[in-house]
Design a binder for this molecule. Structure first.
Ligand code: ZN
Length: 182
């Protein structure tokens, strides 16, 4: 089932999401729906707050971006209660967009190399080291769990220019091809 994606301006995107345990009701169904919603919207990552659930759950499927590097081919993940540590202070700046902020793409600075402790869909505890594009995607999604959006990380003049677009999203003057909720 495709779920509506909550747009910039909705308060749920600003809440710190809560951890869940394996008794969370209908978790498998939610994960399946999130993958479907993300894929239909041509997204590569989706955090639960973006579909109106303030819980620490992320789905990622970057396999459609395999042109950018074959290591993305099998980058399909479910991250539950992820904890992020940066392995280095080194950063990279790359352009990002977000299904909750349609029509806005801006450069954002992220760590190049991160460690992630998390639970997978079967609530098995895992650790993963991620670099480059994978690390960027995961940092963007974890921001969502902390009530933060990529547009909060752009600075000065760029932010000023983006504000116009952000205000029109807030006013509902936006019409992406996927189902949304204001
Ligand atoms: Zn996003």
């Amino acid at each position: 089932m495709t779920l509506p994606i909550y747009l910039y301006g909705h308060p749920i995107l600003r809440k710190k999401a809560t951890e869940i345990d394996k008794d969370y009701p209908e978790l498998d169904k939610l994960i399946k729906d999130m993958f479907e919603t993300m894929q239909k919207a041509d997204g590569i990552g989706l955090a639960a707050p973006q579909v109106g659930k303030s819980i620490r759950l992320i789905v990622i499927d970057a396999s459609s971006l395999k042109d950018e590097g074959s290591e993305l081919q099998d980058f399909k993940r479910v991250y539950i209660n992820p904890k992020l540590t940066n392995n280095t202070d080194e950063t990279i700046t790359a352009e990002e967009g977000c299904l909750s902020v349609p029509g806005v793409r801006e450069n954002v600075q992220r760590y190049t190399d991160i460690k992630l402790d998390y639970f997978d869909q079967n609530f098995e505890e895992k650790t993963e080291n991620l670099k480059g594009f994978k690390a960027i995607i995961v940092q963007h999604e974890i921001d969502h769990l902390n009530g933060k959006l990529f547009v909060d990380r752009i600075s000065g003049l760029k932010k000023h220019l983006a504000n116009k677009k952000l205000n029109s999203i807030k006013k509902g003057k936006v019409n992406p091809f996927y189902k949304v909720k204001l």
